[in-house]
Design a protein around this ligand. Structure first.
Ligand code: NAP
Length: 267
């Protein structure tokens, strides 16, 4: 076990699956006490057990990031679990199915709620605890969607784009910069990450090209979009998040870093 996060307590929303699960395992391996938050308890307890079996420390707390009362009670419980909170990874989220101009209001609001409002609710509840701990680091989960267009072809051939998701993640980017500005005086760094195509249950499950899972929703675009062959994996993203919450990035705040196999440099 390494010790880059020794003595730190970290909350990871969406910690029971995919990128959140991978990050929880890496954080624990680096000595952090990890609080995993999500809605599905059985999956959360399984990740908690896997971390403990590996010699790490983790606790799962049920939380729906779209419900303020759920967030507030989960964060209060988290603060009491290990006595402090230093790190927050706002990772819970996911895409939708609505395509502009046909996206229904309910779907638009649902996706904005989980990706953007959830990031706000959890950050607002955790913030005083990080201040009380003397400072720390927050990483917000954005997406390449915040920076790139969505061609009709993406929707017609892959069926996985939604106007709400593009808008929500762009909102997360703006919130990240705003929070970073507020955090400076309290020694809280806030950065964001924009993954491209990462193999997770959320990016494979039930897409129109792959109803049984196992293939990334945008697999056919890897070659077109990326310099490096895809996909990326949760551990690739976890390594970036680890860097952004560890002291190795002590002079970085207000940045949003792409992790996508080189999309920006491709023609
Ligand atoms: P995933 O395996 O489906 O994970 C999504 C996580 O979010 C789950 O742990 C889920 O747990 C949690 N979640 C969803 N709604 C929630 C809610 N209302 N309250 C609390 N937790 C909630 O997919 P993933 O790919 O790892 O996604 C993680 C993040 O990465 C998302 O924000 C996604 O937008 C972003 N991202 C992914 C990719 C990619 O290619 N995979 C690319 C760019 C960005 P419960 O369902 O149990 O609540």
């Amino acid at each position: 076990m390494a010790n880059r996060l020794e003595g730190k307590v970290a909350i990871i929303t969406g910690g029971n699956s995919g990128i959140g699960e991978g990050t929880g395992k890496l954080f624990a391996h680096e000595g952090a006490k990890v609080i995993l938050m999500a809605r599905r308890e059985a999956q959360g307890r399984a990740v908690e057990a896997a971390i403990r079996d590996d010699g790490g420390e983790a606790t799962f707390i049920t939380c729906d990031v779209t419900v303020e009362s759920s967030v507030n009670s989960a964060v209060a419980e988290a603060a009491g679990t290990y006595g402090a909170i230093h790190i927050l990874f706002n990772n819970a989220g996911g895409g939708g199915r609505g395509h502009f101009p046909d996206e229904p209001t309910e779907e638009f609001n649902r996706v904005i709620n989980v990706n953007l409002n959830g990031t706000f609710y959890v950050s607002r509840a955790v913030w005083p605890h990080i201040v009380k701990a003397g400072g720390g680091a927050v990483v917000n989960m954005s997406s390449l969607a915040a920076q790139r267009g969505a061609s009709p072809r993406m929707h017609d051939e892959f069926g996985s784009t939604s106007s709400s998701y593009w808008a929500a993640k762009a909102g997360v980017d703006a919130l990240t910069r705003y929070m970073a500005g507020v955090g400076g005086k309290d020694n809280i760094r806030v950065n964001g990450i924009r993954p491209g195509q990462i193999m997770t249950p959320g990016a494979t499950r039930g897409t129109i090209n792959d109803p049984d899972g196992g293939h990334h929703a945008f697999e056919k675009l890897f070659d077109l979009m990326q310099i490096l062959p895809g996909p990326g994996y949760p551990v690739d993203v976890a390594n970036l998040v680890l860097f952004l919450v560890s002291n190795e990035s002590r002079f970085i705040t207000g940045e949003i870093i792409n992790i996508d196999g080189g999309v920006a440099a491709k023609i």
